[in-house]
Design a binder for this molecule. Structure first.
Ligand SMILES: [Zn+2]
Length: 381
């Protein structure tokens, strides 16, 4: 995780880098910020920066041996601690390290709910137990293997049991070249004794513009779509990712259902669809049409001979594969043209209900008169 991978927070990044450049690395630091603000990835990027063999004044290099191990969370001097649901009293964070790596690498902005899902422990109480505290003390008594420092990154120290006080001595007088990086969300739920022994760095919620930039750059959303989701997510990247996934799932269901009813020439359903679509609101309608365009372009790519679908989510992958066997390139292109035309007219305040009815009729024509080789399976009937 490099600083450049993280949304916004430029001032915090600058301050963290400054501590390293000026040799003011504090041995216990508490990153305190609301969920989705990026405090967890920031703490990790900070550790990677400290450990990097070829850092610049702006970021870690991303390619040295240390950075490569950091990027997979397998550096031998990087230790993680986090709440978990212990199945046995001897379980420690290490028992769940594979799940942790998977969850973090999929989404470094993850929140506790997502982590619970990953552990399949929905209604159970997660915590950082006494066995884990002993494990931490044991791990940190070792000398660093490869880096100058060994790092313990603890996510959500709020979930330390009372036994967390076992850690006080090691936080106050850590073994040489040991760093504690704690990442928390609510100051008043952290053991006071621990709070008083750490240097606090407050991470603010992200600005809407920073979330928007992230959505444009990482999720490749369109400008106005990204702006709307950024506004709704209130500075929380985790919420922003969730919202855009939900929208994409809704659009997937609506769009593939639409094609299916047009393929089957089901008039009554088409009328209902036009009614539903007309109530979405103009922004959602544009977003829906763009989504359809994007999906149909993937179908065109397949028909043009490029079969690289790995970047698509499973449901889209299946759809594109199946639909690609049902239409020819000219039909897919004609559908894309209709969607683009519709987008143009929605932007110019066309009557949505009439427009969606009209586009449906065009789809029915396109799908009815398509030319297909013999033996083609009709999946959408
Ligand atoms: Zn490096």
């Amino acid at each position: 995780m490099q600083f450049s991978d993280i949304a916004g927070q430029h001032e915090i990044k600058r301050r963290l880098i400054q501590t390293v450049l000026e040799n003011r690395i504090s041995h216990a630091r508490l990153f305190l910020g609301p969920e989705g603000s990026g405090s967890l990835p920031l703490a990790l990027a900070y550790a990677q920066y400290i450990s990097c063999e070829d850092r610049s004044e702006e970021d870690s290099c991303g390619v040295c041996s240390s950075c490569r191990k950091y990027s997979r969370l397998i550096h031998p001097d990087l230790h993680f601690s986090y709440p978990f649901f212990a199945k046995h009293k001897d379980d420690t964070a290490l028992s769940f390290i594979e799940e942790w790596r998977e969850a973090f690498l999929a989404n470094p902005y993850l929140g506790l709910d997502e982590w619970r899902d990953q552990l399949d422990a929905e209604n159970k109480q997660a915590n950082i137990n006494i066995a884990e505290c002993h494990q931490i003390i044991k791990k940190l008594s070792l000398k660093p293997f490869e880096s100058e420092y060994k790092v313990l990154l603890m996510w959500l120290p709020e979930y330390l049991d009372k036994e967390g006080n076992t850690l006080l001595k090691i936080i106050e007088e850590p073994p040489q070249k040991t760093l504690f990086l704690l990442v928390a969300q609510s100051q008043d739920q952290i053991l006071n004794t621990i709070l008083s022994r750490t240097q606090l760095i407050k991470i603010p919620r992200l600005k809407d513009g920073e979330v928007k930039e992230f959505l444009l750059g990482k999720l490749h959303l369109q400008e106005d779509h990204a702006a709307r989701i950024a506004y709704l997510s209130e500075g929380n990247i985790q919420t922003a990712i969730k919202l855009s996934k939900e929208e994409s799932n809704n659009n997937f269901g609506l769009f593939t259902g639409w094609l299916r009813m047009c393929f089957g020439n089901r008039g009554m359903q088409v009328v209902d669809f036009a009614e539903t679509a007309s109530r979405l609101g103009r922004e959602n309608q544009k977003n829906f049409l763009r989504y359809g365009t994007k999906l149909m372009r993937e179908v065109m790519m397949i028909l043009a001979g490029s079969d690289n679908l790995v970047h698509l989510p499973q449901n889209e992958k299946e759809f594109v594969g199946n639909f690609g066997r049902t239409v020819d390139l000219a039909s897919a292109e004609a559908i894309v043209n209709e969607l683009e035309k519709a987008h143009y007219h929605i932007e110019r305040n066309a009557n949505a209900k009439i427009l969606f009815l009209d586009v449906s009729l065009q789809f029915i024509k396109i799908l009815k008169f398509k030319t297909l080789p013999k033996g083609t399976q009709y999946i959408y009937s």
